[in-house]
Design a protein around this ligand. Sequence first.
Ligand code: CDP
Ligand code: CDP
Length: 218
Amino acid sequence: MQIAIDGPAGAGKSTVAKIVADRLGIPYLDTGSMYRAIAYQVLKSGISAENEEETVKIASAANISLDHLNNRIYCDGQDVTNEIRSAEVTSAVSIISAYPGVRKRLVELQREEAAKGNVVMDGRDIGTVVLPQAPVKIFLTASLAERAKRRWHELQKAGKAAIYETIYCDIEKRDANDRSREYSPLKVAEDAFVLDTTAMTVQEAADCIVDIIRRQGN
Ligand code: CDP
Ligand code: CDP
């Protein structure tokens, strides 16, 4: 069983995909964390995210491993799960994810993971590029204002300083980058089910996806 979940930032992909995977008893793979791990390595090496050649070198050499059970990600042996959520990584990630050399390497790793068995995978190009044969594809979305509000609440809860307008503009910019890039842009797969969660709770969105999966006979 392969479930592809794509959509813009803050749509609830990671949260909802994790619940769906737990309910189905299968692994969950957050592909955004892999792009973030490369962005983190690039910044850590003192290289600018604008430097495509050096970024692709780093991506090609990086040894990324995933611990599905504990939701941890390792890069070259270091647990980078927390580091990859920093504001610096978030602003660099949509620059490095546009490089074909970076995408080629990470798509290879994602397909290797999928070949191991059942998986719920979330990202931007899962239904269109990584797993085009996935029997269930969901495009999870919500209004930009709602997505920015969700991120704002998340930061507030974590006790971090957050300005709603800044978050709104950052998400808008990252979405625009992800939608307009030449290789594997964020778009709705032809056979995807579009789920607008603007007025839905996390549980409602997860219920709806589980329903879709069951209706497809999985
Ligand atoms: O969680 P959030 O929506 O903020 O982002 P993410 O899923 O962690 O993804 C971070 C960035 O990685 C995105 O803005 C994309 O630029 C890139 N990405 C991608 O290009 N393709 C994917 N399959 C997953 C993420
Ligand atoms: O992975 P993605 O960027 O699409 O979103 P996320 O990180 O899963 O969700 C962003 C925040 O929105 C989290 O704090 C979720 O708990 C929250 N959320 C929500 O409040 N209502 C939803 N229907 C979906 C997510």
